[in-house]
Design a protein around this ligand. Structure first.
Ligand SMILES: Nc1ncnc2c1ncn2[C@@H]1O[C@H](COP(=O)(O)OP(=O)(O)OP(=O)(O)O)[C@@H](O)[C@H]1O
Ligand SMILES: [Mg+2]
Length: 251
């Protein structure tokens, strides 16, 4: 498999606190990579580094490099808006805008200058279909997004991310606020989306990582302890600490 994201010797500091320590990793294209590990080990920090969301946090310092398709995303010429268009993100709590379903999905494309009603209609339909929400939403596109259930709102947030045609989708515990059925729907959706997108997901749910991902990375205290094919990592981990964690002995 082709590596889309290459992380080399990455150190990240919040002030004097080092949250990531010498992280090296290649993330393959069109596959699902899961980040697991106990609370506070740096999973979200690394995820946010991939679309420079950490730029917004004062006092953050980063060393080393992250390349996407060969380009250092922390390089001088990088336009952060364009980067975030290419690297979409879905959060733990569904966070639709207090606008209609339609306007939520059309928001990004409009921001990027698309004005044609017909074009926007197309994007809204394709994105909602892509997020497995079209059938439930197509007759209520003018309704407030806040009228949707939590699971539907999360799929709407995925549709909103897809609407700007990203290459990469980052999901930070995107199902942890959802009921089991909505969770399964999002997991199935992720499986479908990986044919077109590269997905990196943080999860506390070991079963989810094992069910859904192709590669799993285990973190501890800001370090990558083990990175392997998911099947291998869960059936035959190399490191004792990985084994302890996946068997529920800590974290
Ligand atoms: N904005 C910040 N300022 C200072 N320290 C931070 C900030 N964000 C995170 N940290 C610290 O960096 C470390 C890693 O945090 P991070 O949020 O990446 O962990 P995580 O693995 O995602 O944890 P969780 O599973 O609880 O979400 C933690 O010790 C945390 O307290
Ligand atoms: Mg986190």
């Amino acid at each position: 498999m082709q590596a889309l994201i290459e992380i080399e010797r990455l150190n990240l500091f919040y002030g004097s606190f080092q949250a990531l320590k010498n992280v090296n990793m290649k993330i393959p294209e069109k596959a699902i990579t899961a980040f697991i590990g106990p609370s506070g080990c740096g999973k979200s920090t690394l995820l946010r580094s991939l679309n420079r969301m950490n730029d917004m946090i004062q006092g953050t310092n980063i060393e080393g490099s992250i390349k996407i398709s060969g380009t250092d995303i922390y390089g001088k010429d990088v336009d952060v808006e364009t980067l975030r268009k290419k690297v979409g993100m879905v959060f733990q709590q569904p966070n639709p805008f207090p606008k209609s379903i339609y306007d939520n999905v059309a928001y990004g494309p409009r921001l990027h200058g698309i004005k044609s009603r017909q074009k926007l209609d197309e994007i809204v339909e394709t994105s909602l279909r892509g997020a497995a929400l079209w059938n439930e939403a197509k007759d209520h596109l003018k309704r407030s997004a806040l009228s949707l259930s939590g699971g539907q709102q999360q799929r709407l947030c995925i549709a909103r991310a897809l609407a700007v045609e990203p290459d990469i989708l980052l999901m930070d515990e995107a199902t942890s606020a959802l009921d089991p059925i909505s969770t399964l729907k999002i997991e199935e959706l992720a499986q479908e989306l990986k044919d077109k997108y590269t997905i990196v997901m943080v999860t506390h749910n070991m079963h989810q990582a094992a069910r859904v991902s192709n590669q799993t990375v285990f973190f501890l205290n800001g370090e990558v302890i083990e990175y392997a094919d998911t099947e291998k990592l869960f059936s035959n981990p190399e490191d004792k600490r990985t084994e302890d964690y996946i068997s529920g002995r800590f974290g």
